[in-house]
Ligand binder design. Structure first.
Ligand code: G3P
Length: 217
């Protein structure tokens, strides 16, 4: 499973990139706001060291305008994935831009039918939002499973990019279901390494080591 980092915080991406944890990056207008940076400038900086797909989102609502914005974003670097919302105009944009050879990430997906139609429109990635479904007492992971089944039934090549990941358990569950990619905030990626028994075991080892009076170096 690939790890994308869901942030426009360049320092946080660099830290994980140095550990080989970054297969790609996703951004959205809220994350650009949080970064306090200009979208074109920060996206270019991210693409200067991230080799995998870097999603940059359009903000227009009409297909013609979305296509123009998408082409401008795609011109930043060859590894840009143009992110478009799952609306009818977004699907038209997806069809046009994917036909031009650009990667397209169709975002704000909340149903299996939306994922099906995005695959028909040629999406490179579909972004189902798990956490936001959980927020309204629906099961975001059920959606990932449904999309996996549908895509496998018909051999769609669109990659399931599980988004709105809020916890380490979300990552594990997505991996079990077979999502192609998870995009998670840096804090969630780091939390994957945590276990209370690791901390406890290490504490005991260090106590016992001190009693040996030995040194390795
Ligand atoms: O990739 C989409 C993601 O940023 C949304 O996450 O936590 O705002 O629902 P969240």
């Amino acid at each position: 499973m690939k790890f994308f980092i869901d942030t426009a915080d360049v320092d946080a991406i660099r830290e994980l990139h140095d550990l080989g944890m970054v297969d790609g990056v996703t951004t959205n207008p809220s994350l650009i706001l949080k970064s306090g940076r200009d979208i074109l400038e920060v996206t270019k900086e991210i693409c200067s060291f991230v080799e995998g797909p870097v999603s940059a989102e359009v903000v227009a609502l009409k297909a013609d305008d979305m296509i123009a914005e998408g082409r401008k974003l795609a011109a930043i670097a060859p590894n840009i994935a143009v992110k478009v919302p799952l609306t009818w105009d977004g699907l038209k944009t997806c069809k046009v831009l994917s036909g031009e050879g650009f990667m397209v990430n169709v975002t704000l997906c909340f149903s299996a039918n939306q994922a099906l139609i995005a695959a028909k429109a040629g999406a490179t990635f579909i972004s189902p939002f798990i956490g936001r479904l959980d927020d309204i007492n629906l099961d975001g992971l059920d959606l990932i499973g449904d999309i996996r089944t549908i895509y496998d039934n018909y051999d769609f090549k669109t990659q399931i990019l599980a988004a709105s990941i809020r916890s380490a358990n979300h990552v594990k569950d997505c991996a079990m279901i077979g999502a192609d990619v998870v995009t998670a905030p840096p804090s969630v990626i780091k939390a994957l390494a945590n276990h209370v028994l690791t901390d406890k075991g290490l504490e005991q080892f260090l106590k016992d080591w001190a009693k040996t009076g030995q040194k390795i170096i």
